[in-house]
Design a protein around this ligand. Structure first.
Ligand code: BGC
Ligand code: ZN
Length: 367
């Protein structure tokens, strides 16, 4: 079967590779699930992998099959699988367990090991192919009624984790009642974080560079959040006029914005960094001012990456509730389809060049 692969370490090496079709029995304990791939999304991580900035091939291979945002249909299950049947729509988690205690309790997103195993990213083949097999432990059912949101399951899981972690951490406050949230960035993670925060009853301000109206600004309004263009105001001026935020999620891909969040966080607040910044950018920061402000305000910063099964399930619930509350809004994120694995060059071209695309994804098969 065909697969879209790169040669890690070699820039712009995207190509079509050939792999044998996997079998349910490839998973030895009877928990194998054979999934026919229907759609796969790509994001900045895939771009960085094709730029040879990131990613490694599985042991014994020179190439890495791309794709970590999966959506497919179950074709066959092993004898020990319960709760999944042929015909079910599914997605799959990305990271696979290493050896740390966190890996062993199903939270490999929190592994304490330096090496992490991620399908389509690091040391494991991804989903940009015709079929894949994995243990039922890593396959998550997608309700039939959310089929039209297909490749959003994985990015939503990352947004759901970031928000859930913030609330977990803020249990330090005993009675945390956040009112206002800022989201930096109106790409897929920014928009899905906006949703997750709105569903928790916050007043949400989502910041992005472009002047409204854009597709992003319309989605933000559709979610009954507030779109703020950074060409109209700076985050500091905005906070001076409107107040600081109890919770900030940065999803811009800009470390300068991530650090900028430190200046507009309210007392007892929490700032979450989710961007993966591959470069070597340096900025100057008012370190004394931030230091004293953060100490006197008991403020907190944490990073959030990846997502485990629980976050996928939580994210799917958020998408379902989001559809009920804001019908038709979320599918507007799915801007840019490409048909067929053979069109891998077009997929990567759109990912790099189509600046207005919120989500580039491949239609691998009908179903
Ligand atoms: C993926 C995450 C992954 C991270 C780091 C992101 O693009 O969505 O699942 O953990 O990259 O590799
Ligand atoms: Zn990703």
């Amino acid at each position: 079967m065909k697969a879209i692969a790169v040669l890690p370490g070699k820039p712009n090496s995207v190509h079509l590779a050939e792999l044998p079709k996997p079998k349910v029995s490839d998973v030895s304990d009877g928990k194998g699930v054979l999934v026919k791939v229907l759609k796969v999304g790509v994001d900045a991580t895939d771009r960085e992998i094709n730029d040879a900035l990131y990613g490694n091939a599985p042991p014994g291979y020179s190439f890495l099959v791309l794709g970590h945002e999966s959506f497919g249909v179950v074709e066959e299950v092993g004898p020990a699988v319960t709760g999944l049947r042929p015909g079910d729509y599914v997605t799959a988690t990305v990271r696979r367990p290493g050896g740390s205690i966190y890996d062993r309790i199903g939270t490999s997103d929190m592994t304490s090991e330096e090496t992490y195993y991620e399908r389509g990213i690091n040391l494991l083949h991804g989903y940009l192919t015709e079929y894949f097999v994995d243990s039922a432990d890593f396959i998550v059912r997608v309700p039939q009624g959310l089929k039209h949101l297909h490749v959003l399951m994985e990015p939503m899981s990352c947004a759901a984790k970031a928000v859930q972690q913030a609330y977990e951490i803020q249990r330090r406050m005993k009675v945390w009642q956040p009112k206002r949230a800022f989201v930096f960035g109106a790409g897929q993670i920014g928009l899905l974080s906006t949703l997750a925060l709105k569903l928790r009853g916050l007043e949400v301000f989502t910041f992005a560079r472009s002047k409204a109206p854009t597709r992003s600004s319309e989605i933000v309004s559709g979610l009954q959040a507030n779109y703020v263009s950074l060409s109209d105001t700076s985050i500091e001026d905005f906070a001076k006029a409107n107040g600081k935020a109890d919770l900030i999620i940065d999803a811009t891909g800009s470390s300068a914005m991530a650090f900028g969040g430190m200046k507009v966080l309210a007392h007892n607040g929490v700032l979450v960094w989710t961007s993966i910044t591959g470069g070597n950018k340096m900025i100057e920061v008012p370190s004394d001012k931030i230091n004293i402000d953060w100490v006197l305000g008991n403020k907190l910063l944490f990073g959030s990456v990846n997502a485990n099964r629980g976050h996928f399930e939580l994210g799917i619930q958020d998408l379902a509730l989001g559809e009920a509350m804001f019908p038709g809004v979320l599918q507007q994120i799915l801007t840019t389809p490409v048909d067929g694995l053979d069109n891998y060059r077009e997929l990567m071209r759109l990912l790099v060049e189509e600046k207005s695309a919120l989500k580039v994804y491949m239609n691998v098969a009908e179903g």
